[in-house]
Design a protein around this ligand. Sequence first.
Ligand code: TMP
Length: 222
Amino acid sequence: MPRGLFITLEGLDGSGKTTQIKRLAAWMQKRSLDPVITRQPGGTATGDRIRALLLDSGSTPLASMTEMALMFADRAQAIAEVIEPALAAGRTVLCDRFTDSTEAYQGGGRELGSQRVLDLHRLVCGDLKPDLTLLLLPSLDSSLARARHRNERTVAQTGKDENRFETEQGEFFKRVWEKYKEIATREPNRVVLIEGNLSIDEVHEQIVEAVSERLIATSRIT
Ligand code: TMP
């Protein structure tokens, strides 16, 4: 059986990834490609506990190295429990964030540098690489405004506080944004950059175009 396709979505908080992953999954389901959808941090029972620890604004101070190690602990569990079994069974995996997030947020935002993240990735994740990464980069200002608004709503509706990253200052997110751009420039074959303040439909169209191309190239659709 051919191995499944591993597709990741990346971007700043509030870049619209979650909406787009749902729309892409619906588009695939219509074509009888039933994807496995997962997210990081989270996506497994252990990962959800790690996620709560990482995102709760009560978890301060958290050393940058601890934060990076926890991201990789979560990822190792997701690879073993969800991603590898699905790919081995020939399923397409849609993953909301993967190691590019660690490179952008911890490597760039926390200034730990790319090399440390990439070294850890090789060690912990067996260098598993996405076949395709969809990087959503609307302007920094609009992403941040959307993320803050969403968080306030979530706290009001559910009492769940996933706010720790959003309390960071603009300079932090500027470094994250720049690191994402650097990754896209370094790996143009893997990373499809979707830039600018586009509508949900326009972003969806670009995503479908990139995904169709890969699915046709690998004979998964005609
Ligand atoms: P989410 O809200 O898109 O699920 O992301 C959770 C937060 O975790 C988001 O602020 C980005 C951050 N994050 C990192 O800092 N490093 C990582 O490796 C991952 C996967 C997420």
